[in-house]
Design a protein around this ligand. Structure first.
Ligand SMILES: *Cc1c(COP(=O)(O)O)cnc(C)c1O
Length: 352
């Protein structure tokens, strides 16, 4: 007897973030802030009252209501997920059949391709332009020609930090028969969200997460927002107890402290702006070596032909960023972390 793995599993390896002891971690787009002490106290209190012997509310009704209130939405548009990662997988497995075409951009969030291959759909990958630009007309044309069933992209984009204005995204949604999934994981740092317009479209799902702007990556909580017919499908297709009761309780506390959360987001944006200004100064010193684009997220993307070399040199200094073949992605951190990074980057560029 011998058991053979199917083709899609052969060569698959577990996702492994970098391990080891580095003094500065600017690689995962996490928040550098911990929860304000007042919110932390409310969290501690809330988890005392969780009914640990009971299954959680499958619809996470109270949690979805708090999320809706924070963003000024109607609660019947919202589905909660075990991180938006779970929702990406759920959406692909529910809305795609084997062999269906899905349109993905590159560079973009790597999980889109990963889940797409797990559900055996066919990924059509459109490459972005030199300045990470997105050609909406080209996407519309490809979607029509290839009978694409789903288009998914992050806006603003991880890893480029570039955004597509709301009107352009809506033009795309209105021009295709495909389901359009707009991953707004970083939209709390920008102002072009489609949330207010979500019910104008019957082929739109917006994804949000508490992992980035809210600094709650540990609890795994994301949301899908769509018109009610799609919301009902998501509710029916998800696994029943996907968001555990502890996460529901903590998520409720965090979303009910709007003022504190907005203040925290303001601090992250300040750090991001400062990191960008510092990077621009380095760019003006080394214009042939790096190019920096104005960011719409909590990270700065630096285009450079020496990405691999700079990445390794930063690691030797105890600084972790995210390395790609032709650029680096640097999450904004505490003031001293940003400055240490910039000093190291300058030193590395000088030595090249
Ligand atoms: C981080 C990230 C996510 C994952 O968010 P979780 O809610 O933590 O699963 C989804 N999309 C993009 C573009 C991200 O950068």
């Amino acid at each position: 007897m011998s058991y053979l793995l199917n083709e899609k599993l052969i060569g698959l390896v577990p996702y492994e973030p970098i391990s080891g002891n580095y003094s500065i971690r600017l690689d995962a787009n996490e928040s550098f802030l911990t929860l304000p002490i007042s919110v932390m106290r409310a969290v501690s209190e809330a988890i005392l009252h969780v009914d640990y012997n009971r299954y959680p509310d499958p619809a996470a009704v109270d949690l979805c209501q708090d999320f809706s209130r924070f963003y000024g939405l109607s609660p019947d548009l919202v589905t909660a997920g075990n991180g938006s990662d779970e929702l990406i997988f759920l959406i692909m497995s529910a809305f795609l059949m084997k062999g269906d075409n899905i349109l993905i951009l590159s560079p973009d969030f790597s999980m889109y391709n990963f889940y797409s291959s797990l559900v055996e759909s066919t990924s059509l990958v459109l490459l972005k332009g030199d300045a990470f630009s997105i050609d909406i007309d080209n996407i519309i044309q490809q979607a029509k020609e290839e009978k694409v069933k789903m288009i998914i992209f992050s806006n603003p984009c991880n890893p480029t930090s570039q955004g597509v204005p709301r009107e352009e995204v809506e033009r795309l949604i209105g021009s295709v028969d495909a389901l359009v999934v707009v991953d707004e994981a970083y939209m709390d740092f920008w102002d072009q969200s489609l949330l207010p317009n979500v019910t104008n479209h019957d082929n739109l799902i917006i994804l949000r997460t508490l992992s980035k702007a809210f600094g709650m990556a540990a609890i795994r909580l994301g949301f899908a927002v769509s018109a009610p017919p799609l919301q009902k499908v998501l509710m029916a297709a998800k696994s029943p107890y996907n968001v555990n009761a502890v996460t529901q309780a903590i998520g409720r506390v965090v979303l009910s402290h709007g003022e504190e959360m907005r203040a925290a987001i303001g601090k992250i944006v300040q750090s991001r702006d400062w990191l960008y200004a510092l990077c621009k100064a380095v760019e003006s010193e080394f214009p042939d070596q790096i190019t920096v684009y104005p960011p719409c997220t909590n990270f700065v993307t630096i285009r450079t032909k020496q990405a691999g070399y700079i990445y390794d040199a930063l690691l030797k200094e105890g600084i972790v960023v995210r390395g790609f073949s032709s650029f680096l992605r640097v999450t904004c951190g505490k003031e001293e972390e940003n400055e240490t990074f910039i000093k190291a980057l300058t030193m590395i560029l000088k030595g090249m």
